[in-house]
Every structure is written in C-alpha cells, then in structure tokens.
Design a protein. Structure first.
Length: 397
C-alpha cells in the first residue's frame, strides 16, 4: 500500500534532527570504525528521525527535499562522524537515483517498502545478456557504501543487444537478497562506511529496472512524474555535490575540536602556556576557518543553482555542470588543506587513537580521493569547458 503524501519538514528542522542525534552518533563512532560498519542503533536512529527519507518521493511517504537540504543534513551529521554521514549521503543519493526510474520500478522499491535503503555504484563493472523482457546480469561492484544496511542496490552495467554488442551504458536495480556480499572494505579511513563488494550471478533484471545513463546525463529521465521538482535536478551535479557534503561537517568538527582545546594546551618547547596565546596558532586557525567557509560557500552556491534549475524545469548546460564538478573538487581541496593545518596546529597529540581528530583526518582524506571528487580532474573539466576545448575528460558531467 502506498503511504499518503506528507508535508516535508523544513531544512532547519531536519538539520536540528541531525544535530540532536550527535551524542548518539559520537558515542558509537569508534565502534563503527572498529566493526567497519555504522552501528545498527545509529542506523535505526537516523531512520527514526526520517533522515533516510530526504530524497524519497512524497508519494511513498518521503520528504522529497532539495539539493540544499541534502547538503546541509549530511554536513550536520558529519560534524558528529564522517563515516555515518557518508552512509547517509550515499543511501539518500541512491534513493534519488531510484526516483528517476519508471514508476513501476519505484513501486517495487519504495511502494513495497517505504523504508527501503538503497546502495549504489554506477561504474559498469558487469556483463549483461539480453533476454526476453530484460537482461541477465553478472558482475562485481566494489565500494558499495552502506552495503550492510541496504535492501536494494542501483548498479552500473553495459547495455547489450541480442547479438551481445554493447549499445549503451545503464544502471540497474537489483534486490540485495539476490546478490552476495563480499567483505572487502579494509581501509585507512571511512572504515565505518562498509563499502563492500556486491556480487550478482546471472540475475534477471527486467527492462523497467534499467536507467540509460547517457540519456540521464542530459536530463532525460524515465520517471513519469515530471512535476516533482527534485527529480528534475541535474544528474551529475547533484550526485557529485552530495559526495562533498560530509567533508563540510568534518572540516567544521576539526575546527571546533582544535578551538575547544586551544585555551588548555601549551605549545611544547616554547614559552606559550596555551596555544591560543600564539600569533602563529591564531594565524593557522584563521586560515583553516576561512578555507572551511570557502568550502561551504561553494557548496551552497552549487546546491542553490541545482535547485533553481530544477524549479524552472531547465536542465543546466555543460558549462554550468562543469562548474559544479569544479566546485566539488574545490570543496574537497579546501577541507583537506584546512584539516591538515588544524592537525599541525593542534600538535602530535592529534594522532593518539583516543583523539577524534585523527579519525576526522583519515576519514576526510579517504573521502576526498573519491574519483568523482578529484580536484585536478574536476579543474580540467571546467577549464576545458571555459575555453571551449572539445576533447572530453569524462562522460560524468
């Protein structure tokens, strides 16, 4: 049964819900890292607060919010723990992708279970065989963040015809119970994201559970509900921007932690009894704070542009989309630099296992290396777009 439509809470309310969960999230952060998955108690709390419903259509009881809300909520959760925010972000991003599919596919996911959680990887690391009514899919998809908690997955595949020739690229929806999970996520940072490998072995995927990616990258979505503003948002601008949202919260968390200790910690081998008395330290925290502010400003500008285009029913041109890719890279670069400065300013104690700053540093550094986030690749895409250079760098713009 489809739930009745509900009014979406405001962005401020949803951010307040996220902030209210901070003590619980922080309490379980170290265990989440040790167990390489977000604690189930935290997942239940996020679900109870409705934070997995940000990108689910109102037709299924979701909140159907906006790019700006997705960014702000993920950033707020990341102030408590980066890994938890990454899982929340990727699951909400995958829910948004599901909502671009035909209604029949959406019904199978959210109509059957309004609380369904979806993981996703769009790299087409699979093989497909065209059969009557769809495809048979075999493949492995690494780095499925939130894989321990997901009930569905949206996964990249090559689209083949009856002769076996690849004719397109797509993403398919597969129930989690039809796949195996290989525990592969042994990493230095973002350990709690549970970004494991999902494996499909000759799984049938019907035609309506296929999203053609080249068309979608140009705004041609198969959903029948074109009046729903959120699902008119540009594909790669939204999916890339949300990946930067946890960085914002981690940067702010690092700054707040260093500032909170500055009046109590001396600077070893100097005459400074507290760090805050040092002009050098003052300059470091000011520089880090400005870098974090810069990241927020770029993120909010990009989110507001995505939302404005969607509200108007316009799809942004290549230059605008390239700018968002560049914004995402700049956000990651700014936060990485800010956290490096803060770690150095705080001192060697930052690397004690009991110090949350070292986990923030590792989580941010790992997330900043996501291929879609890569600052240099993103700058090249934007630079070529500004100059009108025709050679493509990536189809994901």
């Amino acid at each position: 049964m489809t739930p009745s439509r509900v009014d979406s809470p405001s962005t401020a309310d949803l951010v307040a819900r996220a902030t209210g969960l901070a003590p619980l999230i922080k309490e379980h952060a170290a265990a989440g890292e040790r167990d390489r998955r977000v604690a189930e108690e935290v997942i239940r709390a996020l679900a109870g607060a409705g934070l997995f419903k940000l990108a689910t259509p109102k037709r299924y009881g979701g909140y159907e919010t906006s790019a700006r809300t997705l960014v702000e909520v993920s950033a707020a959760v990341a102030e408590a723990d980066g890994g938890t925010s990454w899982v929340l972000t990727l699951i909400n991003g995958s829910a948004w992708l599901v909502s671009l599919f035909p209604e029949r596919a959406q019904d199978e996911v959210f109509g059957a279970d309004p609380d369904a959680l979806v993981s996703g990887v769009i790299s087409p690391t699979a093989q497909t065989v065209k059969v009557d009514g769809g495809w048979r899919v075999t493949g492995k998809w690494y780095y499925n963040s939130g894989s321990w908690h997901a009930t569905w997955a949206v996964l990249g595949v090559p689209v083949t015809d009856e002769t076996g020739t690849v004719v397109d690229q797509g993403s398919v929806l597969i129930p989690r119970h039809e796949m195996e999970l290989e525990d592969t996520w042994f990493v230095a940072g973002m350990r709690s994201s549970g970004s494991n490998c999902l494996i499909a072995d000759d799984v049938f995927v019907p035609e309506h559970r296929m999203l053609r990616m080249p068309a979608a990258l140009e705004g041609d979505y198969p959903t029948e509900h074109h009046d729903e503003v959120l699902y008119r948002a540009a594909l790669m601008p939204l999916l890339s921007l949300v990946l930067a949202a946890p960085q914002l919260g981690m940067g702010r968390a690092a700054l707040d932690f260093v500032l909170s200790k500055a009046g109590k910690r001396p600077i070893s081998y100097t005459f400074y009894e507290t760090q805050q008395d040092s002009v050098g330290f003052q300059l470091q925290v000011a520089e880090a704070a400005q870098l974090i502010d810069t990241a927020y400003l770029h993120a909010f500008r990009a989110a507001d542009a995505i939302d404005d285009f969607a509200r108007r029913g316009d799809y942004p041109g290549f230059l605008e989309r390239a700018r968002t890719r560049a914004d995402v890279g700049h956000i990651a670069d700014s936060i990485t630099r800010a956290i490096d400065i803060l770690v150095s300013a705080h001192g060697a104690g930052a690397f004690a296992e009991v110090n949350p700053l070292q986990r923030i540093w590792r989580d941010s550094a790992t997330a900043a290396r996501h291929a879609i986030v890569s600052p240099r690749v993103s700058q090249e895409i934007y630079g070529k777009a500004l100059l009108g250079v025709p050679e493509p760098v990536s189809p994901l713009v």
